[in-house]
Ligand binder design. Sequence first.
Ligand code: HEM
Length: 149
Amino acid sequence: MSDFLASVYPWTKALHVIAVITWMAGIFYLPRLYVYHAEEVEKGSATDLLFQKMERRLLRAIMNPAMIAVWILGLALVFTPGIVSWSEVWPWTKAAGVLGMSWFHHWLGYRRKDFLAGNNVRSGRTYRVMNEVPTVFLVLIILSVIVKF
Ligand code: HEM
């Protein structure tokens, strides 16, 4: 298995980065939809149903599969011989960033259910502020895996 992983390493990493870009596109777009859904949309209106449909499709058809692919390919990279040494700092700081990003993904999932149930209590301002959270995790992850401090 480790010989196979070593032989496909460049492909695994390329597919990992493609899945990361797809996941991040949704992670940064979904909170924007929540900003306008919270500020501009009347509960039960046709626009409310349209926003619910956009949010459901973005999360289920793009973000969930992309997140699963990022994890599977990322773990395949972890088990590729010679790539990760846990005596270094970067794998730990990257892991912290990735767990934070995954938590934020699930937080967005729960907020979608709030809108679905018609009981979103958070303001557009809260979603604008929360939209900055993944930026912090992204900077930590990318500096960890590329600078490898
Ligand atoms: C979900 C769990 C994840 C795991 C287990 C994981 C693990 C890894 C590993 C082991 C590498 C190879 C590093 C090397 O070749 O030296 C890698 C590469 C990379 N990862 Fe992840 N990763 C994960 C999630 C993420 C996320 C969420 C991002 C960005 C938001 C990310 C961005 C990258 C980038 C840009 C590279 C390529 C770095 C390079 O070219 O040297 N990864 N990942």
